[in-house]
Ligand binder design. Structure first.
Ligand code: GDG
Length: 455
């Protein structure tokens, strides 16, 4: 088996205790084959970016790179998060583009290529992750790199007309044809990519999943829905009920039930709409008054970007308004927490919640939806309320599927989830859990790497 080289914006070093599920899965893949993980160090410097920092841990090497402060600002906060993130989440209205930040994005991708190329061997398998690094495969090819290269997009790909609104779309997205395999979260994302290549990317779709790029190079594209470590989350959640934080939460709720939301504070997650829908639930279902306490955990994210700061203010206002108009002396309907909670504790919180609310306006997959299901008590599981615009909705079809823009619909789904009889809850949960057991994170990385090896 050839050596695996993972490239991503951030690298989770071996001593990183807060590494998420994806980082752990990638590390497992690297250990299995032996490999290298390459990316930004998390540090910015004032002058010249220094040499690559390396670290070895068994058969896995880590190589990280500092970035110039200005480059990082333009590449990360700029083009990646002010331009591409909203565009890829269907939010043309929020796209902030200028040529300078695009130039910074290209400079950083070129620097990645320059520093990574000398570390590569001919028979390596390179796996590039996400929208920060779309041009990288083509830049590596320009440096004569001939090894197998795969790319996985963790976020959605919108329709080609939206993509085409980006001034640099042709050069940016056609560059993916330098890969051997391009992976998406869902079949729909894949279809939209094929449309894009046909209509705007000067390519041809030879057969579903086989594309000829503008230069005549053929490459594969496919859907590889990402997942979670199902068995691990299930056992972690079962054990977490004894954690003080989980016990304290349960005690503070009793005898009421809980609904839970867990999201990075990001406008793609539909939080203002969700708060409004919860308010609607309180007014539309007065018979359920006081039955359900809604806990929203929303760690602050990308605080350097204006849109995220504005969102935070909006949610603070909305939470205050909901509690101001609906709280009782002994009951607060909404608990809104902007702090990061340790993941093991989080799984205990999921298990304590009768309702899981996941209502993004757009989401590549949404792992919280999958984690919520995996964390449930098989004998008394909760109900997932899930947006049709999350990639996860394609698989978790036994959730209560809602349109997040339909506040009445979301309000009614929360009400049915809160009152659903146990046998129906078990039935729905069982079907979803079976699916998650068979399609876990290990299956995801195996499927992608097998397809890449075969490409
Ligand atoms: C991107 C795509 C795609 C959340 N709060 C806390 C915490 N989390 C963890 C969750 C989950 C992860 O963060 C979030 O994953 P999501 O998939 O829900 O969302 P994004 O961060 O937007 O991820 C998404 C994903 O990439 C993978 O491809 O599914 O569509 O947008 O694991 O549990 N973890 C801890 N404390 C928190 O407070 N420890």
């Amino acid at each position: 088996m050839s050596r695996l080289v993972v490239v991503s914006n951030r690298v989770a070093l071996p001593d990183e205790t807060r590494a998420g599920g994806l980082a752990i899965a990638l590390r497992a893949a690297l250990k299995e084959r032996g490999g290298l993980w390459f990316g930004w160090s998390g540090r910015t410097v004032k002058d010249v970016p220094g040499p690559v920092h390396t670290l070895a841990d068994g058969n896995v090497q880590y190589a990280t790179l500092d970035l110039l402060r200005e480059d990082h600002e333009q590449y990360y906060n700029g083009f990646s998060n002010r331009t591409l993130w909203p565009l890829l989440h269907f939010r043309l209205d929020m796209v902030d583009y200028d040529r300078a930040i695009y130039a910074g994005y290209r400079r950083v991708n070129a620097l990645f290529a320059e520093r990574l190329a000398p570390l590569l061997r001919d028979d390596d398998t390179v796996w590039i992750h996400d929208y920060h690094l779309i041009p990288l495969a083509a830049l590596l090819r320009e440096r004569g790199i001939g090894c197998r290269i795969g790319f996985f997009l963790h976020v959605p790909l919108p329709s080609s007309d939206l993509v085409a609104a980006l001034p640099e779309h042709g050069r940016l997205f056609s560059a993916l044809s330098a890969c051997d395999l391009v992976g998406f979260q869902t079949q729909r994302d894949l279809e939209r990519f094929q449309d894009y290549m046909r209509l705007f990317g000067h390519g041809r779709v030879l057969e579903p999943g086989l594309i000829e790029g503008p230069g005549g190079r053929r490459f594969r594209a496919g859907a590889f829905p990402i997942s979670i470590d199902t068995a691990h989350i299930a056992s972690q959640a079962a054990a977490a009920v004894n954690k003080p934080a989980v016990r304290d939460l349960r005690t503070s709720l009793a005898p009421r039930q809980m609904a839970i939301g867990v999201d990075r504070l990001d406008y793609s997650k539909g939080l203002p709409e969700r708060f409004s829908a919860f308010k609607r639930y309180l007014t539309r279902h007065p018979d359920q008054r006081g039955r359900l306490t809604y806990l929203q955990i929303a760690p602050v994210s990308r605080g350097d970007v204006d849109a995220y700061r504005n969102l935070r203010h909006e949610l603070e206002r909305s939470a205050g308004h909901i509690n101001g108009s609906h709280a009782e002396p002994d009951w607060t309907p909404l608990r809104y927490v902007n702090r990061n909670v340790p993941h093991a504790t989080l799984t205990g919180f999921y298990r304590a919640a009768r309702v899981g609310i996941v209502t993004p306006l757009r989401d590549g997959m949404n792992l919280v939806a999958k984690e919520y299901v995996a964390a449930q008590d098989p004998a008394d599981p909760g109900v997932l309320v899930l947006s049709i615009f999350a990639g996860a909705a394609r698989e978790l079809d036994q959730a209560l599927l809602i349109n997040p823009y339909d506040l009445d619909g979301v309000a009614d789904a929360i009400a049915s989830a809160a009152t659903m009889p146990r046998d129906r809850r078990i039935e729905r949960w069982h079907a979803m859990m079976e699916h998650l057991r068979a399609h876990d994170i290990a299956a995801w990385r195996r499927d992608f790497l097998q397809a890449l090896d075969a490409a």
